[in-house]
Design a protein around this ligand. Structure first.
Ligand code: ATP
Ligand code: MG
Ligand code: FE
Length: 335
């Protein structure tokens, strides 16, 4: 089964061709980061326009790299949410056009499921059940994935997403966009114990997250140090902030796995690329005898291969989307 997959939910135009869902024949990612950098974040109108300019070329490149023609495709998978509605519509329209013209099935996919499935591509023998911590630019979820397409959401953020916190702090420190990789890099040279930022564990037993208090606390620290005329050691702020995020993520995902008696933990989303999170969670999992999996850096952030993998598993279960399916900017997982 050959899948053509399209992803355009945010600022990456990506197209992938996969064989039987887990073998990637091509995964072309055209990033718009440069276009958005001067604004310090993604500008939705600019994103939609860039997707329109890029999409046909990226489709062509992905087919050529995979050495497959439109005739060789079994079905088309595409992200239809969550994300920026104008951006989603570009990929969705292209996918519908291909499905209609070639008379092949369409599988509309949830982007957050895609982040989880990046692990199925990275780890060919991985199977559910497992506990998944999804930490991306717009989402922070603790999910018990019991089978393909079956999710029990056990915790979620009540305010900012983990990636959003990284991006906002980087912006406040004048470090640029996207903030996660920059803070990660800077944190390596800093002292994570230098500043004691708060950890929001919330009520006893809660598996929810909250990062807005931490964000305020970092912003207050920066402002008050400036007022006092102190020089701010950026690397120490980055390391201390990152440690506060990582401590909470690690504590909650481990407790969740122990509660559920889960033998495996899987990391997903852009923040799964964070070196501090990978290091501390690896150590905690070793101590508890839990198996940990995460995707390679390229598969952590947005790409179409992960979308194709979800589309494949939906397709073999007999699921198919109608051609009138719409983009849903706040599409939920597990509901
Ligand atoms: P969503 O998937 O929730 O719709 P998104 O697609 O914008 O949001 P992703 O592509 O999953 O998000 O990830 C991008 C996010 O990951 C950004 O917030 C970025 O700062 C963060 N990120 C990337 N690399 C790192 C890193 N090494 N450390 C921390 N955060 C990182
Ligand atoms: Mg992106
Ligand atoms: Fe994403």
């Amino acid at each position: 089964i050959i899948t053509l997959a399209i992803e355009s939910s945010c600022d990456e135009t990506s197209v992938s061709v996969l064989e039987n869902g887990r073998t990637v024949l091509s995964n072309v990612i055209s990033s718009q980061i440069e276009q958005h950098q001067k604004f310090g974040g993604v500008v939705p109108e600019v994103a939609s326009r860039k997707h329109i300019e890029n999409i046909n070329q990226v489709i062509e490149d992905a087919l050529r790299e995979a050495d497959i023609s439109f005739d060789g495709l079994s079905h088309v998978a595409v992200t239809h949410g969550p994300g920026l509605v104008g951006a989603l519509l570009v990929g969705l329209s292209a996918a519908k056009a291909i499905a209609y013209a070639r008379e092949i099935p369409l599988n509309a996919v949830n982007h957050i499921e895609g982040h989880i499935y990046a692990n199925f591509i990275e780890h060919p023998t991985l199977e559910p059940p497992f506990i998944c911590l999804i930490v991306s630019g717009g989402h922070t979820h603790l999910v018990h994935m019991t089978d393909y397409g079956q999710y029990e959401v056990l915790g979620r953020t009540r305010d900012d997403a983990a990636g959003e916190a990284f991006d906002k702090i980087a912006r406040a420190l004048g470090l640029g966009y996207p903030g996660g990789p920059i803070i990660d890099q800077l944190a390596r040279e800093g002292n994570a114990q230098a500043i004691n930022f708060p950890r929001a564990y919330l009520e006893v037993g809660s598996l929810d997250f909250s990062f807005s208090g931490l964000k305020s606390s970092v912003l207050n620290y920066i402002n008050s140090e400036k007022m006092k005329g102190h020089e701010i050691v950026l690397a120490d702020v980055a390391a201390s902030f990152q440690q506060a995020v990582v401590d909470v993520l690690v504590e909650k995902v481990i407790r969740c796995a122990l509660d559920k008696g889960a033998a495996q933990i899987v990391l997903a989303g852009g923040v799964a690329a964070n070196s501090g999170l990978r290091r501390d969670l690896t150590k905690a999992c070793e101590e508890k005898g839990i198996n940990l999996k995460y995707p390679s850096l390229e598969l952590c952030t947005d790409n179409a291969a992960m979308i194709g993998c979800v589309g494949y598993y939906n397709y073999i279960r007999g699921l198919e989307s109608n051609l009138d399916i719409n983009a849903i900017s706040n599409l939920k997982i597990g509901e």
